[in-house]
Design a protein around this ligand. Structure first.
Ligand code: G3D
Ligand code: MG
Length: 182
C-alpha cells in the first residue's frame, strides 16, 4: 500500500479589484471546487486538491476582495500564507495601468504580514491585448526588483497560461516543504 504524504498550503491571491483574481482561481480549479464567500470579511476562499508524486496537496486559495472597509482584517487574511500570487491586468486602460503601479503596494503589504514568502506575478487578460506588443522588460524588471519567483502571462477568459502558472507556484511549495520534511 502506498503511503501518501499530505501537505496543506494556503496561497493568498492579491491585486487590484477587477484584474481577474476570482476568475483565475475558478479557471484553475475548473469551478468544481468548494467555494465560500465570507461577505463579512471581504474574502473568498477556494479549496483544491492535487496529487504530486506520492503526495496529496491540499490547497486553499484566499482571494482578497480589496474593500477598504476590511482593512482591519488584513492580518487574518494573510495569516499563515505559504505563497502569494499578485495579479495585475495587461489591459490598456486606467484599470490595467493602475494595477501595474499598485503591484509594489500589494507587495509591501504582503511583506509586512508574511515576510519573505514566494511570490509570483500573474499578468492577466492577455486576450485583450496584442501579445507581440507587450512590454516584457517592464514586467521582468518588476519581477527582478522584488525578487518574485517569476511572472506568467495569463487569460482567465481563454485559459492561456493559467494551469502552468498555478502549477509553478504549487510545485515550488511542494518541493520546498518536501525537502524540509525529509
Ligand atoms: P477580481 O476578482 O480580481 O476582482 P474578477 O476580478 O475575476 O471578478 O474579474 C473582473 C472582470 O474581468 C470580470 O468581468 C471577468 O469576467 C473579467 N476577466 C477576468 N479575467 C479576464 C481575462 O483574462 N480576460 C478578459 N477579457 N476578462 C477577464 P465582468 O464583466 O464579469 O465583471
Ligand atoms: Mg474577486
Amino acid at each position: 500500500m502506498t503511503n501518501f504524504e499530505e501537505f496543506g498550503f494556503k496561497i493568498t491571491v492579491i491585486g487590484d479589484g477587477a484584474v481577474g483574481k476570482t476568475s483565475l482561481i475558478k479557471k484553475f480549479t475548473k469551478g468544481t471546487f468548494e467555494k465560500d464567500y465570507i461577505k463579512t470579511i471581504g474574502t473568498q476562499f477556494s479549496r483544491f486538491n492535487k496529487q504530486i508524486e506520492e503526495a496529496v496537496i491540499n490547497l486553499i486559495f484566499w482571494d482578497i476582495a480589496a474593500q477598504d472597509d476590511f482593512n482591519f482584517l488584513r492580518p487574518l487574511f494573510y495569516r499563515e500564507s505559504r505563497a502569494c500570487i499578485i495579479v495585475c491586468s495587461l489591459e490598456e486602460n486606467e484599470l490595467g495601468e493602475d494595477s501595474f503601479i499598485h503591484i509594489k503596494d500589494w507587495y509591501n503589504e504582503l511583506k509586512k504580514y508574511c515576510g519573505n514568502i514566494p511570490v509570483v506575478l500573474f499578468a492577466n487578460k492577455v486576450d485583450l491585448v496584442e501579445e507581440n506588443d507587450l512590454d516584457i522588460d517592464k514586467i521582468q524588471n518588476i519581477v527582478n526588483k522584488h525578487n518574485f519567483l517569476g511572472y506568467y502571462i495569463t487569460s482567465a477568459k481563454t485559459g492561456q497560461g493559467v494551469i502552468d502558472a498555478f502549477n509553478a507556484i504549487i510545485n515550488e511549495l511542494y518541493y520546498k516543504f518536501k525537502a524540509l520534511s525529509s
